[in-house]
Design a protein around this ligand. Structure first.
Ligand code: HEC
Length: 464
């Protein structure tokens, strides 16, 4: 008995010493590090990425960084943390960022993904090839019938790329408000492009100090955009430079689907049918409103609305097998969703959600409600979903019919395994490749995707 007691005391003693040693070795960054990961990493990168080699907008002195965190910049999507943290905690976060970036260099991130070699995923082996480099934020990707690639950059640049040639600049891009999350965004070809040469661009259209999501239709001829017409201009304009949504996709019948985010006004926009924001719209190819849209006869409703209650959908894809339109959208902290878009349905934002506020507080405590659609899949934590496409053709037999979704935050492609029109599993592909923006299938049957930081276009080539 005495022996046991002694043994117990010894264990206690050693335990205390170990705990003490650990505590001593653990830098005082323990809390800020955890806070950073939980509150900030979703937007600024897991390893302080967005602060390394940064062109600081609001200044990088201790006081300026402190003020940025405390007061935020809501118009640009930077939340204020004055209620979430004490001044001391904000000070610790400031130290954590300013000290942290001194020990991390850009090379640390550039080296992350090794492009040489074959990747063995669950059901396929493949290689990743760089197709285009030296881009800014390559937001949208489309393919011309001859295989040339169209690439938009958020800054407003628009390129045509032909294998083996340098980038060709496309002229006539409208003025875009390239700040915050806005700028030149998606690009889509008319299903009948070969005959009519129509292409569609989504962008943030400026008006004074405000901007909105707009859709331009133009003819692409000799690398110029001619016969331009703005076919949709979302109402209302807002000084907020966030949540533009703005993916474009045609369905089989030739209707153009497009997404508009809630513009950071979740209490005004997504649940109300009198505005365009927080909605997925369906229009004819000239922007006119189909007579059988769900709300054309609802008084005060915007006729182009097809579904509502969305936050910021940045993925739209037509399932080649069923013709249905799928979407994904950014949740807040947690609660990114994949949805099957159905006519007239309410997807619930912000009444129901699997996410919480960036500050850590709750804005709703319900995740389901009668009359509101449940997502096909949701992600907690948020992956910051961007870009969506279905795998088709014969180059990736094991992935055929699956859905590919990009992650800005965790920098991978999520392969959502599909069975009987349901998502039944998920695999992460190409981890650490960069913030994935868009994913498309090329006419050569290969999967192409764009990443930012640095901006590049890659393709996935099956290995024998
Ligand atoms: C929802 C996304 C989001 C979250 C979450 C977020 N930020 Fe930001 N932050 C931004 C945006 C957007 C900006 C504006 C600058 C820009 O556009 O890059 C910004 C700006 C800043 C700046 C000023 C940078 C400069 O260039 O002057 C600091 C410092 C900062 N954030 C720190 C933090 C910290 C610390 C946290 C966590 C406690 C945090 N942010 C959480 C999106 C976010």
């Amino acid at each position: 008995m005495k022996k046991f007691l002694l043994f117990g005391l010894l264990i206690l003693f050693i335990g205390t010493i170990v705990a003490f040693a650990l505590k001593k070795d653990e830098p005082s960054f323990e809390n800020p590090k955890a806070h950073y990961k939980e509150y900030c990493a979703g937007c600024h990168g897991e390893q302080l990425k967005s602060f390394v080699n940064r062109k600081w907008i609001y200044g990088n002195s201790w006081n300026e960084v402190f003020a940025s965190i405390k007061e935020g910049y809501p118009d640009d999507g930077m939340p204020a943390y004055d209620t979430a943290f004490t001044d001391q905690q904000i000070g610790e976060l400031t130290d954590y960022i300013l000290n942290g970036i001194e020990s991390i260099t850009q090379e640390y991130f550039d080296d992350d993904f090794d492009l040489s070699g074959i990747i063995e995923s669950e059901e396929m082996k493949f290689e990743v090839e760089e197709v285009v480099g030296n881009l800014g934020v390559p937001w949208g990707l489309a393919f011309l019938p001859n295989g040339d690639m169209l690439i938009t950059e958020r800054s407003g640049k628009f390129h045509r790329y032909r294998a083996g040639e340098k980038l060709h600049a496309i002229r006539g891009v409208p003025e875009v408000a390239a700040r915050g999350q806005g700028g030149l965004m998606d690009v889509e070809l008319h299903p009948n492009f070969s005959e009519n040469k129509w292409i569609y661009l989504s962008y943030s259209k400026p008006k004074g100090n405000e901007q909105t999501t707009a859709i331009l239709r133009a003819k692409l001829e000799n690398d110029r955009l001619i016969d331009q017409k703005v076919i949709l201009e979302a109402a209302p304009y807002s000084s907020r430079r966030i949540h533009f949504g703005s993916r474009l996709e045609f369905d089989r019948s030739g209707y153009l689907f497009l997404s508009v985010g809630d513009r950071g006004r979740r209490d005004q926009n997504p649940q109300s049918l009198d505005n365009h924001c927080g909605k997925i719209h369906r229009v004819h190819d000239d922007g006119s409103i189909p007579e059988d849209n769900p709300f054309v006869n609802t008084s005060g409703a915007v006729g182009s609305i097809y579904s509502y209650g969305h936050r910021n959908p940045q993925g739209l894809a037509r399932n080649p097998a069923t013709g249905q339109i799928w979407a994904h959208e950014h949740g807040p902290r947690g609660g990114d969703e994949v949805n099957l878009i159905q006519k007239g349905k309410n997807y619930g934002w912000p009444v129901i959600s699997y996410g919480i506020n960036y500050s850590g507080t709750q804005f709703t405590n319900i995740t389901e409600k009668e009359g509101m659609m449940q997502p096909e899949l949701y992600w907690v934590p948020s992956i910051a979903a961007c870009g969506l496409t279905f795998v088709h053709g014969d180059r990736y037999p094991a992935w055929k019919g699956d859905l590919l979704a990009g992650s800005l935050r965790f920098q991978y492609i999520a392969r959502l395994k599909m069975e009987n029109n349901k998502i039944v599993g998920e695999e992460k592909l190409v981890s650490n490749i960069g913030r994935v923006r868009d994913i498309k299938m090329g006419h050569d049957g290969l999967i192409y995707f764009t990443v930012e930081g640095p901006g590049r276009v890659f393709r996935i080539v099956p290995a024998p």
